[in-house]
Design a binder for this molecule. Structure first.
Ligand code: ADP
Ligand code: MG
Length: 238
């Protein structure tokens, strides 16, 4: 079964068409990377999947449910942004509890979920701190933790590592990979970093000017690019 199916998705902002008929599909547990230059429509596509932007036309399916007009909170999705968007006045624990409380998860389950996810991400020592007392890498880990405790069907990342320095970015990449192996959540991961996409994803969608130019496994994308744009963007051998 597919976790996510996007069919002929279009988005207009006024007269400007920023998505021009996008198709995308993620099988259950799959890690999909969405790459492309700045302004090609990656964040818009992710926001539409999350329900934060309306659909101009086309279809978004999560498992067997057409979600075009389903509210964000009812889509069973968790999203991690590059700006960590943690609540600054709440502790890490409170940040993680927040989403679960608002969805009416029983108290005992909340406590259990925090224990499990904190152990998974090795953030137990940080639970009583506030975001201001954390490093960039720790904040990003907490943002992931907050998404994970909700146990969503679909995990959306929008350039989660782009605010981190190069060394930390490589470390976090490894952590995200391990995490995906352990929890096996269907993931759509937006990045403008080709290497990140190649290391993490089982399939890569390369976008340019609101269109998916190629959607295939990393080896195919790199060695058999569909066109000049994909070859240039991925740095394929000539
Ligand atoms: P990316 O994430 O790939 O950098 P975006 O999805 O953010 O690209 O943007 C795609 C295009 O849509 C850009 O040209 C951007 O200026 C435009 N855009 C994004 N959001 C809006 C908006 N709310 N109103 C008008 N134009 C927008
Ligand atoms: Mg973006």
């Amino acid at each position: 079964m597919s976790s996510l199916t996007v069919r002929n998705l279009r988005k207009n902002f006024g007269m400007v068409e920023v998505l021009k008929g996008v198709d995308l599909e993620a099988k259950t547990g799959e890690f999909i990377a969405l790459v492309g230059p700045s302004g090609c429509g990656k964040s818009t596509l992710l926001a539409m999947i999350a329900g934060l932007e309306s659909v101009s036309s086309g279809e978004i399916w999560i498992e067997d449910r057409l979600v075009n007009s389903v509210a964000p909170k009812d889509r069973d999705i968790a999203m991690v942004f590059q700006s960590y968007a943690l609540y600054p006045t709440m502790t890490v624990r409170q940040n993680m509890l927040f989403g679960m409380e608002s969805r009416g998860v029983p108290k005992a389950e909340q406590v259990e979920a925090i224990k499990r996810v904190a152990a998974l991400l090795q953030i137990e020592p940080l639970l009583e701190r506030k975001p201001g007392q954390l490093s960039g890498g720790q904040r990003q880990r907490v943002a992931m933790g907050r998404a994970l405790v909700r146990d969503p069907k679909l995990f959306l990342f929008d350039e989660p590592l782009s605010n981190l320095d190069a060394k930390l970015r490589v470390d976090m990449r490894t952590e995200i990979k391990k995490l995906h192996h352990r929890v096996g959540k269907t993931t759509i991961y937006v990045t403008h970093d080709q290497v990140e996409a190649m290391t993490l994803a089982s399939r890569i969608a390369v976008m340019h000017q609101g269109e998916v130019q190629q959607f295939a496994d990393p080896d195919t994308i790199y060695n058999r690019p569909a066109n000049m744009f994909v070859a240039g963007f991925m740095g394929s051998p000539a």
